[in-house]
Every structure is written in structure tokens, then in C-alpha cells.
Design a protein around this ligand. Sequence first.
Ligand code: ATP
Ligand code: MG
Length: 316
Amino acid sequence: MDNEANLDNKRVPLQEIVANSDNNVEIRGSCAVTETNENAKSMRTNRAGERVWSLASFDIGRRLGGGSFANVFLAREKKSKFIVALKVLLKKDIKQKNLELQVIREIDIQAHLIHPNILRLYEYFHDESRIYMILEFAPKGSVYSKLLECPNKRFSEGVAGVYVAQIADALHYCHSKKVIHRDIKPGNLLLGQNEEIKLADFGWSVHGPSSRRSTQCGTLDYLSPEVVLGKTYNEKVDLWSLGVVCYEFLTGKTPFDCSNSHGICKKISKGQFSVPSFVSNEAKDLIRKLIVLEPDSRLDSIGVLEHPWILKHKTS
Ligand code: ATP
Ligand code: MG
């Protein structure tokens, strides 16, 4: 990989975390990742005596999920039995799709974010053919899977309100660090042990102190009009997506649903949508203050946290 130098094994303190943990989830299933590098089979330390992670440090369990170019597996660190999720990326794919910078960004940004509603990236390592991200395991899966299990694919207003508050809290933290997530959607919202939100997948995220950006990225249904229209944008894109997610939590559908992508883009750029009558007026008000064409007129994360509908459900 061209950017190999930038991906040299950097360490954040997984060692400390595993030492203090009492994490006893059982691993079942077959080993889905096979060891290829003989050298990686033994546990290694570097000159400073720090632990150097390799595939051999883990027992690999079932596949937790996967996306456009990653596979995620349940894994257990052999020595401590600490449970993690290993996100595995093929270097060949990254190179083919020119995604080196994107992967470096994902690792660099996520490793620096420490918040109860953001999935931790503890460390990463790589071998000849793959990059491995050692992630906090989210035992309750994704909000997307949970939504699919609900009647009419909808959450109650109480559940939706708690989730939206936690996402807004995570976004407030990201934005205060000049990080824009750019891919807020139910598949990237995972759930911790107590069903709390863990914002994940910083694959499209970006860090920039004076960010006015124009790269088109993210998932179409959740994209803001400024992104769809190729305009410059800022962190307010995440608030638009939060409005779309809130709408989906309460109605089971995305607001700009259409059979083809051209139709979705057209609806988004006009900001045309209607909220079904079974949604409460307070929730409607929040959605209508987030799905706003003009980014400067859109509510920010503090505005979400102070909204009456959120205050009503935040602690319920
Ligand atoms: P996409 O292209 O769909 O956005 P991706 O390739 O960037 O996906 P992720 O979104 O990070 O990969 O992960 C894909 C799926 O794997 C998630 O939707 C989730 O179901 C599962 N997953 C990822 N990380 C974890 C984790 N830490 N704990 C539990 N499950 C996880
Ligand atoms: Mg994802």
C-alpha cells in the first residue's frame, strides 16, 4: 500500500483496557479469518516492550456484519479474554478503489474520539494483505436490525427520543472536535450492553478546522441537499441526516423515498416531505427544524438536546 508509512502500528492503550476488564462473552462459530503470515503467529513486543498486536493475538468468532469493503468479526484477545470486534479490510481493495486516504482518516479520527455514545477504536494493525481495526464490541447489534424487528419497522416515541438525544450528544462531541461524520444512518448506529447508542463507521468522516467541503459521500437517502447539489458544506450535514433518521425511527420509512436515485435526489434538493399524522406534534416540530434546506437555519446539536420533545423523552 502506498501509504504504508502512515499506517505503521500506532498504539492506543488496549493493553490497559484489557487489564482492567471483566469481559467474559463466549465466542462461538468457526474461525473465518485464516492466519497467513508465519511471523504473526507468535506474540511480539517492540523495542519499548509494548505489546504488538497481530491476528495471532485473537481467537476469531462469528461474522458480525460487513459493508462495501469491510468484514467485521467477533474476536477475543487470547491472553485477557477481552472481547472486541475486528474490522478487516483488504489492502488490495483499498488500493484498487483509491481509498487509502479514507482508511487513514477513519483510523486516525476514530482513535481520537472518546465518548460513551461513540464506538471506540482501540488500535489497529496490518499484515501483508489486510488492515485490522480493533473495535469496541457492540453486543446489541445495529439500530437498523432492531428497527426491522419492530412492528411496522417503527420505534415508540420514547425509544426514538432517547436514541436521537444520544446521537445528538455524540455529534455535539464530534463537531466540537471539528469532525463531521457524513454517514449518519441506522446501519452505522450500533448498540452497547445497555442498548445505548454507539456511533460507528467513521469511513466517510472528515476532520478540518475550517471545513467548507464539497466531496459527495454518504448514503443517498440520508444526504443533505447541499451535498446532493455539490455545494460546499459543513457539520450541519450530520444534523440533516439526524432529521432523516428521526423521521425513519418514527415512521418506518425515509422521508425522500423513491424507486430511483434520481427521484430521491430531486425530492431532497426541494426538501419536499410530509410527516404522517400519527407522529406527535412535538416530534414533527423537531423533524421540521432538522430537515431544513438552508444549513444555517437548521438546528444544531445543542438545539436538538434542548428541544421539548427530546427533553420529554431523554430520561424515560
Ligand atoms: P457500510 O459500507 O455498510 O457502511 P462498512 O464496510 O463501512 O459498512 P461498518 O459499518 O463499520 O462497515 O460495519 C458493518 C456492519 O458490521 C455494521 O452495520 C454492524 O452490523 C456490524 N458491526 C460493525 N462493527 C461492529 C461492532 N463493533 N460490534 C458489533 N457489530 C459491528
Ligand atoms: Mg457502515
